[in-house]
Write a new protein. Sequence first.
Length: 51
Amino acid sequence: MPGYGCEEPQLYGDTWDDAGAYILALKRELRICAGRLDAVIKWRRVVERKQ
């Protein structure tokens, strides 16, 4: 499904500030991805209960 993948941010630059910004972006994307996976797991449990 479009929009449900986990995006990996790109590292741009070569300074410590760039690395710090990349780490923050990576953490944000991991939280988003984990939330999506949790939603899919919850949905699957609901579907299983209805069968």
